[in-house]
Design a protein around this ligand. Structure first.
Ligand code: MN
Length: 433
């Protein structure tokens, strides 16, 4: 007994060592390049990037350092072209320096003193202001007690200590960098796509009438983690039947009935990179005539969109081209009410990744976007009675696009075939559970 216990302890120690010696997600050269590019847009000052407090590492922080430990601060000096990393832990500075390529690694309590010394060199501090626009700003106006972003809080704090500093928003510069994925990032995103797609396949194999929506959400989370992902990201959206009228539905509490269409929108995260996929399928595994018609239209539109996405275009202008292609198949996008014929959002370290407008930006190789046309049918009382939505995540290549999520079944035949395959619920049934 004693021996088994110490073996267990040894195993835990070995495992934690292997995590500590983790060389980071990318080679240090990748992080160095990212920081060097940022330095070029902040030549008149310094940038401050705050790490998270212990939840998932902040996307900007992971982008520039690869460091996962909480309560860390990164300063990028655009004048002297150097970076300084402040850590809360007493871990090995050499190891962190080796992993990140940052030579100046210091304990966190020295950050204030360093900031003070910068007063003699510049009055400009760049900090990503964070999202305070739209819905959030309106909420804040009604409820001034609402928690503002850590970045805005730190601005208040620095301002009180060192009134000479002016603050500029770092978000646009970071957004521009994160917009174009490097070959190393693309490699990771392909793996994120593989894992997220395989989890979707497992959900399709398991889906049966009589199950609750949450069962599919939980199964998806299990599968992505089992396949090596960090987990899911965004909300787990599993609307069935009447719930498809809400594109952000995530209560997932309804029992799915024979005849229902289900429109899942489930995203996985692997090494901090996200992947966005939606599939629409009949819970009973067989499309009825109305569902067949909607599937065929959305498949045709999504396929046409993929044939149009390419460098040099703005997705806001692509509808006409898509319309022409699908018109040959007898589909009228406007008459049918098919919507979202554009790059809905960027995908990267965040599921709705940072950067300028995904619809109005001229597409370039290395950008990753979603293609997610949808349709909702309404009855005479304007109640949604059926629908279909396909969401793929695409990489813009030098002459078109690559569908990262190509493994997900899309046509009626493909979806029905996968749904007929044995899934975990079939196994439970065999075992009479
Ligand atoms: Mn999406």
């Amino acid at each position: 007994m004693q021996k088994r216990f110490s073996l267990g302890v040894l195993l835990i120690i070995l495992l934690s060592f292997s995590t500590l010696s983790n060389a980071g997600i990318f080679d240090k050269a990748e992080y160095k390049t990212r920081r060097a590019k940022l330095m070029n847009s902040i030549t008149d000052g310094i940038a401050i990037i705050l790490g998270s407090e212990g939840e998932r590492q902040n996307s900007n922080f992971i982008y520039f350092t690869g460091v996962e430990e909480p309560n860390a601060i990164l300063i990028i000096d655009g004048m002297k072209k150097e970076s300084i990393l402040f850590l809360s832990s007493k871990g090995s500075k050499e190891k962190v320096a080796e992993m990140t390529g940052i030579e100046r690694v210091m304990p966190i309590f020295r950050a204030t003193r360093l900031l003070s010394s910068y007063q003699a060199q510049t009055d400009v501090i760049y900090i990503p202001f964070g999202r305070i626009s739209g819905r959030y700003a309106r909420k804040g106006l009604l409820n001034p007690g609402i928690r503002i972003s850590r970045e805005l809080n730190s601005i208040k704090f620095i301002r009180e200590m060192f009134p000479s500093f002016r603050f500029k928003d770092l978000s646009p510069a970071i957004g521009k960098l994160r917009l174009i994925k490097s070959p190393a990032e693309i490699k990771i995103m392909r793996e994120a796509a593989r894992i997220t797609s395989l989890a979707h396949l497992e959900v399709l194999r398991a889906a049966k009438p009589g199950m609750y929506e949450w069962e599919l959400a939980v199964l998806f989370e299990y599968c992505v983690k089992r396949l090596g992902a960090q987990g899911t990201t965004g909300t787990l959206i599993v609307p069935s039947g009447p719930n498809i009228s809400d594109s952000h539905y995530s209560k997932n509490s309804r029992k799915m009935e024979d005849g229902d269409i289900v429109m899942i929108d489930l995203c996985g995260e692997y090494k901090y990179y996200d992947m966005d996929i939606s599939v629409s399928f009949p819970i009973n595994g067989k499309f009825n005539p109305r569902q067949r018609r909607l599937n065929k239209m959305i498949c045709a539109v999504e396929e046409a969109m993929r044939s149009v996405f390419r460098p040099g275009i703005r997705s806001i202008n692509m509808k006409e081209e898509v319309q022409k292609i699908v018109a040959k198949k007898g589909i009228d996008i406007d008459k049918e009410g098919i919507y979202r014929i554009a790059a809905d959002h960027w995908v990267g370290l965040d599921i709705h990744d940072v950067g300028p407008s995904s619809r109005e930006t001229i597409l370039q190789p290395g950008m990753v976007i979603t293609s997610d046309p949808a349709i909702r049918l309404r009855d005479e009382n304007n109640v949604v009675i059926d629908g279909n939505k396909i969401e793929n995540t695409l990489l813009i290549t030098k002459d078109g696009c690559e569908n990262l999520t190509y493994r997900v079944p899309r046509t009626i035949e493909e979806i029905e075939k996968i749904m007929a395959e044995k899934g975990i619920t079939d196994i439970f049934k065999e075992l009479k559970r």
